[in-house]
Design a protein around this ligand. Structure first.
Ligand code: ATP
Length: 292
């Protein structure tokens, strides 16, 4: 039996550049892995089947789980026979904009490669990941990366995000990513003439270069925040709790409704987590991690 950790991500910057004729959106995002993770236990079996069990009623068992697709596509690509039992201990909030499903899929790909003597190279795993979901390649590598294309064109940043205390929280009902993009298209006229917020991205990168989380946070931007915030009051409520408890910056991640706040002191972060939990949120004190 092996254990793979599936780490959540945050978008410190997320903008949409264009909408392609095939309906996909071209994005620019600075993505960061944080240490909020699901545990994925994996074991080869003799039945030759892929089985998935999850300890959360919010994620499907069996074929509908993205982890199943990851295992199935690995076996095919590696020309491997046999089956695998996968148990998912879910901790990352579901449908929250923290890439929980993609993180699980990436962890399964890494785990399959361990179980099958590294039959696939990293670039083959990345190709496979891309066919499963746009965030899967990032989740395979983790750390701090600039993502372009549909999120799969990844480049390293010269400097990682400064070590800091981050509170991540999901309050209220999730939203499906396709629905979030539909709302965004409506607001931005299908991105016919969008210029991304390049100055904000530069502020963020400059702050990282100076190893200064406060300066870096001045460049935080998420194009989804306005539309999702209008639909889900929980986003503003959670941000307010973070700021009132000492966060020096707070923003929504991905297509929401999860939010995160940056703190100078761990004690303040702990108090913010308790305040969020008392409002019914899932919340946790996290740290950025440089790679998975
Ligand atoms: P992203 O940030 O990549 O858009 P997300 O955090 O918004 O993702 P997920 O938590 O990945 O969303 O869940 C999206 C949907 O995928 C949910 O409706 C869920 O039922 C389904 N799903 C399938 N497999 C998983 C899994 N292993 N973990 C979480 N959700 C899963």
């Amino acid at each position: 039996m092996i254990l793979e950790k599936a780490y959540a991500k945050l978008n410190l910057f997320l903008d949409v550049e264009n909408k392609r004729p095939n309906g996909y959106h071209g994005i620019v995002s600075l993505m960061q892995t944080v240490d909020w993770c699901d545990n994925i236990y994996m074991q080869k079996n003799v039945s030759g089947e892929i089985t998935i069990s999850a300890d959360s009623c919010n994620v499907p068992s069996g074929r509908d789980n993205v982890a199943y697709r990851a295992a199935e596509s690995y076996l095919k690509a590696a020309a491997a026979s046999g089956g695998v039992d996968i148990r998912i201990e879910k901790s990352i909030p579901v449908a929250a904009g923290m890439a929980g499903g993609s993180a699980d899929a990436a962890a399964v790909l890494r785990g399959m490669n361990r179980l099958y003597d590294n039959r696939l190279s990293i670039s083959e795993l990345l190709e496979l990941g891309k066919s499963i979901g746009a965030d899967v390649p990032f989740c395979l590598l983790g750390g701090t990366k600039l993502a372009r294309g549909i999120g799969e064109e990844l480049s390293d940043c010269d400097h990682g995000f400064p070590d800091c205390v981050i509170v991540c929280a999901k309050l209220g009902e999730g939203i499906s990513t396709p629905e979030a993009y539909r709302l965004l298209d409506e607001k931005h006229d299908n991105f016919r003439a969008r210029r991304i917020r390049a100055e904000d991205l530069q502020t963020l990168l400059d702050g990282m270069k100076q190893n200064d989380a406060v300066s870096a946070s001045r460049g935080f931007f998420n194009v989804f925040e306005e539309v999702i915030g209008a639909l889900r009051p929980s986003v503003e409520i959670a941000k307010k709790v973070l700021l009132e408890n000492g966060a020096f910056a707070a923003m929504m991640s991905g297509s929401g409704p999860s939010v995160f706040g940056l703190f100078r002191k761990e004690v303040e972060a702990e108090v913010a987590v308790q305040a969020l939990i008392s409002k019914g949120a899932q919340a946790k004190v996290c740290r950025p991690i440089p790679h998975v």
